[in-house]
Every structure is written in C-alpha cells, then in structure tokens.
Write a protein that binds this ligand. Structure first.
Ligand code: NDP
Length: 449
C-alpha cells in the first residue's frame, strides 16, 4: 500500500483502528483518500477542519434482529443493518442488500461509496446503505414476504421521505421492495411513495428504474467511446453476473451495436459467441429465478456452460463486471489485458481490487469506477422521488433521455475534474475528487453537525 498524503495517512489509520476486521470498508476509504492528496494540497482547509475525518464516520449505524418463521415452521434469525452515512446533500439514499455475506463492513463500504456516487449525480441525495445476511435464493415467495415484513417492522422507524430512502441492491428487487413498502404502509398508515425507490410502475415506481443501473453503465461507456471517436459497433463485451445490473447492461450494449458473448452467476459462466439471447436469459433469471447453466441447455448447442470458472478468461474489447466486490483481482486483470480488453467499467460496486486497477492503469486500459459508471441507478431513484413528490409519472422515453443526460454530465465532470487536478483521463481521480468536493462544501456550510 502506498503512503497517503501526510494529512490523510492519520485519517486512514484511525479508520482502520476504529473499525477492526472491516476490510472492504478500509479498502473503499483508502481508495478515496488516495485520490484526495492533490485536493488537500490545494485546499488544506478540508483536512484542517476535520471534514474528511467526519466523512469517514457514519452519522448513524443501526443493527437489528430479524426473526421470522420459514415454511417448515422453524424460527430463523437474521441480522439487519442500516448505515446512515452522510446527509449533507439530502436524505440518506442507498440500497438494501440481502445476501449471506452481508456484515457491517460490507454495508459500510457500500454506504461510503454511495456518498460520493450520489454527490456526483448532482442531485439532492445523501448516502446510506443497508441489508441483511438473509439469502433469498431458494426461498419461497411467502418466506421472502415474512422476512421483509419482519425486517421493515424494525427499520420503518428510521425511514421517511425526508430522512432515509432505501432502494434495491443484490437480492432485493421489485418483489422485495413491494413487501417492504406494503409493511411500511401498514405500520405507518401512510401511502408515502417517496420512502422507497424501485417500486412497481403501477404503485409509484418510475419507468426505467429497473433498467437504470445497467443502461447507465453502458451510457457511460458510450461516452468514453465517443471521447475517442469510437462506438459500440462491432465490439465484443463480457458482462459478469446475470442479475438486475447485468441483464440491462447486456440489453443496452446490444441496442448500441455491441455483442455480449458471456455472462455468469456464482456457479460459472456461459459463452455464446453469437451473442447472449436476452429473452432466454430473462426467462431464466427474472421469471424462473433459475441458474445460468439452464441457459446453455435452452440454447441447445449454440452456447457452452463453463462450471466454476471465471468469466474474465473470455476475450473481449469491453469488460463490465456486474456481480460483486473484488471479483477482478490481479490474475483476472492480467487475463483481460492479455486478451486485448481496452475498457473496463464497473457496473457492480468495487468489483475491481486495487491491484487490478493498478494493472489496468499501467497497461493503458481505460478504467471507469463504479461511483461514476453505475450511478445511473441511484440517479433514476432520485428521479422516482421527484415524480413521487409531484405525484407525476413520466414516460419511458423521457426518463431514459434524462438518465442518458445525467450519465453524460457525470462523465464530463469526471474528465474536467481529473484534468483540473493534473491527472487527465483518470476517471478514478475525477470521480473521487468531484464527488468529495460537493459533499465536503455542503458539510462545511452546515457547520459541525
Ligand atoms: P442481483 O442480485 O440482481 O444480481 C447479482 C448477480 O451477481 C447474480 O447473477 C449473482 O449470481 C452474481 N454473483 C454474485 N456473487 C457472485 C460471484 N461471487 N461470482 C459470480 N457471480 C456472482 O444484484 P444487482 O444486479 O442488483 O447488483 C449487482 C452489483 O451491482 C452489486 O455490486 C450492487 O451493489 C451493484 N449495484 C446495483 C444497483 C442496482 O440498482 N441494482 C445500483 C448500483 C450498483 P448468484 O445468483 O449465483 O448469486
């Protein structure tokens, strides 16, 4: 690990000491602090006023028991979390993740990332994240409903359209948001649409929210391509995962003329040289909640399932990791570089480890960090809140156009900021610095709170 700027090294050491065992959180803080050296050199007031130290400490952390009864009548106990990280720019905003790996360190890393991402969108939203170590995989709808109701029975008291507005993330899609919203409504006796985003379009949701993170990431890549006078036409892409973000990233790449030849889940990947058939993928993943191996069976010889292997061994021009944190490490990065990959854009949160990012930089691979590239999801959530507040609903075309414009603005803000701080073309520096400055200035304006 390189040493940080002298005014930031102590901040990092304090974070590591006060949050023992939370490796992902340490990693995300280190990554941001690494970018802020030139900022504190130019503006020492950010370090001297302790705004950076304050940013690293969540405003509030909630941990709670979630008891529920499974279909066999057995009592199950899970642990729920909500980390309300920073509300200088607006109500806490960020998704809920239901996955067995969820613990406080994961929620804090996601919440910390969310502060800068939300700031970068230019919209009035603070940063937070939550979830539970509950695994919806293999559970019946009734079990998922009982879990969500128990989860919300505890969490509702901390939420509100002006306080904290959760959304979905891994393991939390429209089904879960529906059960959570239903229980919130029942307990509070209020149809408060703006308290959750990712709702169904017939009950307060926004058009394009389902597609937004995947589409937004691809719009971001399209801006990168445009900045080098290039297009998606004829490009080969690999997308990891086959969940919400992955499916709509694939859809938009195909619309823009590229071909996605492989995608995955935690059991392996499928390789389909003619391009992933989205109708089949959606049927398996969105309707049947099945496994990726079924895709190869349904494509009858046209596609191959590769069990327990990593999708990054498949050659591509563009790689879009959309599964989970640290899925691309040194070896995967080396394979991508060797096979000629030119652009890596994070659809997931922190899927590339620091050593992978270093390798991409050294090899001249353009790297777009999740904070910027996947911000389209939360930006569209903010559009959903806007529609809820005005009791309006916009068309798909209008909402998608807004999303595209937001992604273009984020892309340009990253480039302009990176240039201003002496690191032209460095999207990581641009995203971290631009996201930081907006939230830090708001914190200074609001006083020591
Ligand atoms: P989903 O639960 O819909 O999908 C996750 C996908 O990733 C599944 O196909 C899952 O497979 C796969 N996956 C998980 N772990 C692994 C692994 N170790 N190896 C291979 N595949 C794996 O989640 P989302 O699509 O919503 O989220 C994906 C990522 O995008 C997360 O990092 C999330 O934080 C981020 N993100 C999501 C946003 C959103 O709007 N949904 C917004 C911004 C970021 P399996 O079913 O086998 O577990």
């Amino acid at each position: 690990m390189n040493r940080l700027h002298e005014k930031l090294q102590d901040v990092y050491e304090e974070v590591a000491r006060r949050n023992p065992g939370e490796d992902e959180f340490h990693q995300s803080v280190y990554e941001v602090l690494q970018s802020l050296g030139p900022v504190v050199a130019k503006h020492p007031e950010y370090a001297d006023s302790a705004v950076i130290r304050r940013l690293c400490e969540p405003e509030r952390q909630i941990i709670f028991r979630v008891p529920w009864v499974d279909d066999n009548g057995t009592v199950q106990i899970n642990r729920g979390f909500r980390v309300e990280f920073n509300s200088a720019l607006g109500p806490f905003k960020g998704g809920l993740r239901f996955h067995p790996t969820v613990y406080l360190g994961i929620v804090k890393f996601l919440g910390f990332e969310q502060i800068f991402k939300n700031s970068l969108t230019g919209m009035p939203i603070g940063g937070g994240k939550g979830g539970a170590d509950f695994d919806p995989k293999g559970r019946s709808d009734a079990e998922v409903m009982r879990f969500c109701q128990s989860f919300m029975t505890e969490l509702y008291r901390h939420l509100g359209e002006y306080t904290d507005v959760p959304a979905g993330d891994t393991g939390v899609g429209m089904r879960e948001i529906g059960y959570l919203f239903g229980q919130y409504k029942r307990i509070t006796n209020r149809y408060e649409s703006g308290v959750l985003t990712g709702k169904g379009t017939t009950w307060g949701g926004s058009q394009v929210r389902t597609e937004a993170t995947g589409y937004g990431t691809v719009f971001f890549v399209n801006e990168i391509l445009k900045s080098t006078d290039d297009t998606f036409e004829g490009k080969t892409a690999v997308v990891s995962g086959s969940g919400n973000v992955a499916i709509y990233a694939i859809e938009k790449i195909h619309e823009l003329g590229g071909t996605v030849v492989a995608c995955s889940d935690s059991s392996g990947y499928v390789y389909d040289p003619k391009g992933i058939d989205l109708e089949i993928l959606k049927e398996i993943k969105e309707v049947r909640r099945g496994r990726i191996a079924e895709y190869a069976e349904m494509r009858a010889g046209a596609a191959q399932f590769v069990k327990d292997r990593n999708v990054w061994e498949v050659p591509c021009d563009i790689a879009i990791p959309c599964a989970t944190q640290n899925e691309i490490n040194g070896d995967e990065a080396a394979a991508l570089i060797k096979n000629g990959c030119r652009i890596v854009a994070e659809g997931a949160n922190m899927p590339c480890s620091p050593s992978a990012i270093k390798q991409f930089n050294e090899a001249g691979v353009i790297f777009a960090p999740g904070k910027a590239a996947n911000a389209g999801g939360v930006a569209t959530s903010a559009l959903e809140m806007q529609q809820n507040a005005s009791r309006d609903s916009w068309t798909f075309v209008d909402t998608e156009l807004r999303l595209e414009q937001i992604m273009r603005r984020i892309h340009n803000r990253c480039l302009v900021t990176a240039e201003e701080y002496g690191q032209p073309g460095n999207y990581v520096a641009g995203a971290n610095i631009a996201g930081f400055i907006r939230v830090a200035d708001a914190m200074l304006a609001l006083g020591l709170v």
